[in-house]
Ligand binder design. Sequence first.
Ligand SMILES: O=C(O)CCC(=O)C(=O)O
Length: 417
Amino acid sequence: MKLNIVIPFVGLASAGLFHLILKQPISLRLHNVIFRRRGSQSCVPGEILRQGHAQPLRPISDEEKLAFGRDRSVILRDVLSEEWVERLQLLMLDAYQHPNFWDVLYSRMVGNFYSAQKSVLLHQTSICGKEIAQSSPTVTIAQQLLDAKEVRSCEPNIALMNYGQPGNTSGTTGWHTDQKYMPVRRTRSDRAHVVRLWIPLLPFTENELIFQMLNDSHAARNEREERALSVGGSDYFMHNKLIQQGADIIDKHLVRPMNYRPGDIIVFTGDAPHLAQGINCSRNSCPRLILSYSGDHAEFTDQHFRAYLPINDNQTVGSNVQGSQFPRVYPSLIPWEWAPFRPTYGEIIATLIDGAKAGTKPFARVSITETLPYLGRVYSAFRLGMWAVPNMAQENDGPAFEKLSLWRHFVSNIVKP
Ligand SMILES: O=C(O)CCC(=O)C(=O)O
C-alpha cells in the first residue's frame, strides 16, 4: 500500500483511539495511585451511622435562615456538639495522616501560596469522610439552609491548615468568591445553590488567622458594582483596588467572625466574597474544614475553571448535578455513587490544564515584587517536599512536618501494591 494512504489512515485511527481512551474512566490502579488514602479509617460508630443524619445542637432559627437567604452569609453559633467536633477533627486527621497524590498536588497549586495546606474530595476518598456524609449534622444544617429535597456533596470539600512559623509571611487569598472554581450556578437568583460551611476545629483568634466575608445582599452587591468594586475569582489587582478605594465599603459590608470556636460554623454561598489570611498559626496550625453542599437550585455549568477538581464528567449543562462527582448525601447515600472515584482520563488532563490557566489569573496586572513571595512559598514547599500534620490532641504543639514530594508520593504509590 502506498505510504501517502497509510500515514493519514494511521493518524486518523490513532486520533480516534486517543479520543476513545480520553472518555474512559481511569483504571482502578490509577485511582489507587492518585486518589486512594491508604490506611484511611472509620470515625463514626456503627450505631450512630444507622441513625441517619444527626441534628445540630439546636435548630437553625428562622432569622438565621432569612439572613442566609438575604446576605448569602451567616454565622451559626453553638450548633455542633463536642462529639461531632471530635469526629470532624478525625476527618481532618484521616486526610492529613493518609494524604494522597491529589492532596499534595492541590496543596502545591492551590494552598501553599499563602502557607496553607489543603486536602480535597474528602467524602469520596476517606472512609471517615463518607461516614460524615452519611451521618453528620453538617448535612442537616446544609439541607435546612438550602431548604432542599436533595443535597449533594459539591467540591471543593477541604481540610485546611496553615503552617506559618513566627516571622514567616503567610500571604492572603485576597478577596474572592469560590463560584468561579465550582462547576455549578444558581437556577434562581433568589435561592442559594451552594452552601459552604467553614468550621474551625480548634479555637484560634484573629491574631492567628483572619477569615472574613462581605455581606452579599442585593443592596451590598449593587453598591460594590456601582463603585466598580465587584469581587469575582482570585485577583490580587481587584483585591488591592477594593482595599485602597473601598475601605468604607469593606467597613460597611464586613461580616467578621472575631474568634473562631469549634462548634460554630461560618456559612457562605459559592458567590459570597471572602478572604483568608494566615498571621501566625504556629501554635495549633488553625485547623479548619470547608464542607460544601449543593441543593435543588444548583445546575451544572462548564463555563467555570476546574481548578484541580476533576468533577465535570457525566454532567449536562443546565441540569442538576449528579453522580459520583457530586454524590448525594441527603436524604440518603446512593450506593453506586460511592464506588472508588474514577474520573475519565480526559477530565484529569482537562483539570490539570484548566488549573494551570486559573493559577495565572490572580497575578495579572500585579507587580512582580508583590507576586514573588507567593510564588516563592509554592517553590519552597516543592523544594522541601513539605507536608504538615496538625496535632489535635495537644493543641498547643503546632504541626509535625513530614517530607512528601509530589513525585516521590506518586512513584511510591505506583510501586506499593
Ligand atoms: O483558608 C481558608 O480558611 C479559606 C480558603 C478559601 O477562601 C477558599 O478555599 O476558598
